[in-house]
Ligand binder design. Structure first.
Ligand SMILES: [Zn+2]
Length: 567
């Protein structure tokens, strides 16, 4: 492809409303343009990347036994009433009416439509398992669209749905899909982690998120070299037994006007690990006191699933006073009555702890579990912290990274088949609910997240397999006969081997061509100039700045080298 034949409107500056680096660079590289808030156009170069990612995903879905379909983008309200999602989805759902006043929504996901298709067409266990997937535009009426194509109102997603006779079969297939997603991420070439995710409101189900690592990511994940990985909301840690000190006698100390752990710690000259932080919650309306170590944070998601509660909120001041008999900041476990106490696993290990005295301006020293207080429940209710040990290998320290979620695999179970009555007849002719899994990848999001991970001051650094072109050839002066000859021959040789090549045939200064090549992020660059050609050489340069990133080679050797990389 010739640069002059393609619409690649590169820019020196990004528009001022581009709020993250990936948006800035994609606009500057002429890949996308903004039409309106949260709505983006993909130009030829941007679409090329999107299609490459799409093809990798399609190949892996097909290899996992999937069959591609296309569902409408507009769904009738009735289906959404059946699952109850019309009412629970809220304002993010784009809703519209046709000329007869019938109501519809624009697809945010397609569980309803695909379950409807399957309940009509699948009758027997002989038709299962079945996996259907599609690439489709999805819509979300974001309250404040931002982060470019990362959180836009319209985006391309691959959504897949699997249908099974029972949980065991779903379990087996779920692993196939985790592998397929892992392959997609590996082939796309970005650094990623597959992490266990909190299952959220659907309850009981198990799920994994696929995260592209990037310092700008919104999610915090923890991981270990042994393969363990989890969203920090869900992450577990290895409880460690502490060496117990000789219990000292409980002592009340005056701590006037200091309530926060850090302040009391300073005042008493003790470290926060010695503290018992006592927080009063309202769990489905009832007060519950939760104890964590002074340097730890309560994980409300863990608390909620531990108690099987629907609502966990911090108690108001009045409740705190009613429960502890003291104002905020002086709660402690000693002497509490008539309220459920939940202690984190790390708390009961503290010897001679400091805790609130349930009395204004007083704390207690030398508080010990069993001797001075009890708990109704001892469990993991805190967030992972730096220094925690991996729960799987029980050896390494957990590591923390930030990530951008690009994929999510999820066991749905019978949530949708139950509400929509999707059943099959088993070997005995008995009717059973179909068991489902669902699997999404944000295709547009992969582009933005990859750039967030992989860029430098000069522009995008695409991984080899999803770059808009594999190679850019830059003839310094394309009207020079020998330069043109060498350029055209190399182009022909490379394209005949299936390499995707761009020739920058513009009548521009070399500096401008180099700058644009770096901005667009094409992984390999061959520069052809009269000076090097005099010695029979061209320059091969890699975009990623690795060692030996620039070398002089014979054109045929440059070709062989590139072919080797992409074969
Ligand atoms: Zn580990």
């Amino acid at each position: 492809m010739f640069f002059t034949k393609m619409l690649i409107p590169t820019l020196r500056e990004a528009p001022s409303d581009a709020d993250i680096i990936s948006t800035k660079l994609m606009i500057r590289a002429g890949m996308i343009r903004k039409l309106a808030s949260g709505l983006y156009e993909f130009l030829p170069l941007g679409l090329k990347v999107l299609r490459k990612v799409e093809n990798i995903i399609r190949e892996e879905m097909n290899a996992a036994g999937g069959q591609e379909i296309t569902l409408p983008l507009i769904f009738p309200k009735d289906l959404w009433i059946e699952t109850g999602r019309w009412n629970v989805y809220g304002k993010e759902l784009f809703r519209l009416k046709d000329r007869k006043e019938a109501e519809f929504c624009l697809a945010p996901t397609a569980e309803e439509a695909v379950t409807d298709l399957v309940r009509k067409e699948v009758k027997s266990y002989k038709q299962l398992p079945l996996m259907l997937y599609q690439f489709g535009t999805k819509f979300r009426d974001e309250i404040r669209p931002r982060f470019g194509i990362m959180r836009s109102r319209e985006f391309l997603m691959k959504d897949a749905y699997s249908f099974h006779t029972d949980e065991a079969d779903l379990e087996k297939y779920y692993k196939v899909m985790v592998d397929a997603y892992t392959n997609v991420c590996k082939r796309c070439g970005f650094e990623f982690r597959a992490v266990e995710a909190a299952s959220g409101a659907i309850g009981g189900s198990f799920s994994h998120e696929f995260m592209i690592l990037a310092d700008t990511g919104e999610e915090e994940i923890v991981w270990c070299g042994c393969g363990y990985g989890a969203n920090s909301e869900k992450a577990e840690w290895l409880p460690l037994l502490q060496t117990k000190e000789e219990p000292l006698i409980l002592e009340e100390v005056l701590t006037p006007n200091v309530g926060a752990v850090e302040d009391v710690a300073k005042f008493l000259n003790a470290s926060p690990e010695k503290f018992i932080k006592s927080i009063v919650y309202k769990v489905d309306g009832n007060p519950v006191v939760v104890l964590v170590r002074g340097d730890h944070e309560i994980n409300e998601i863990k608390l909620q699933s531990l108690l099987g509660a629907t609502e966990v909120v911090l108690a108001d001041e009045q409740t705190v006073i009613a429960v502890t008999g003291a104002p905020l900041g002086f709660a402690g476990p000693v002497g509490l009555k008539g309220v459920k106490i939940i202690a984190d696993l790390s708390v009961v290990e503290i010897s001679n702890a400091v805790a609130g005295a349930n009395k204004k301006d007083y704390h207690l020293k030398n508080v010990n579990y069993k001797k001075d207080y009890n708990a109704d429940l001892i469990a993991d209710v805190r967030k992972v912290a730096h220094g925690d040990i991996c729960p799987r290998c029980k050896k390494e320290n957990l590591r923390f990274s930030r990530g951008i979620e690009v994929g999510h695999v999820f066991k749905l179970g019978t949530k949708y088949s139950k509400s929509m009555n999707a059943t099959y007849l088993d070997t005995n002719g008995k009717e059973n609910l179909i068991v489902m899994g669902c699997y999404g990848i944000g295709v547009t999001r992969i582009l933005a997240a990859t750039i967030e991970q992989s860029h430098d001051d000069n522009g995008i650094v695409w991984p080899d397999n999803i770059a808009p072109f594999n190679v850019v050839i830059i003839p310094i002066n394309y009207s020079d006969v020998k330069t043109k000859e060498t350029t055209d021959k190399l182009y022909k040789d490379l394209t005949s081997k299936g390499i995707d090549v761009l020739i920058d045939d513009r009548d521009e200064r070399a500096g401008i061509k180099f700058k644009d090549a770096d901005l667009i992020g094409i992984p390999y660059r061959v520069t052809i100039g009269e000076k090097n050609l005099a010695n029979g050489n061209v320059e091969l340069k890699t975009r990623n700045g690795s060692k030996d990133s620039s070398r002089l080679l014979k054109p045929e050797d440059a070709m062989l080298e590139i072919v080797k990389i992409f074969s």
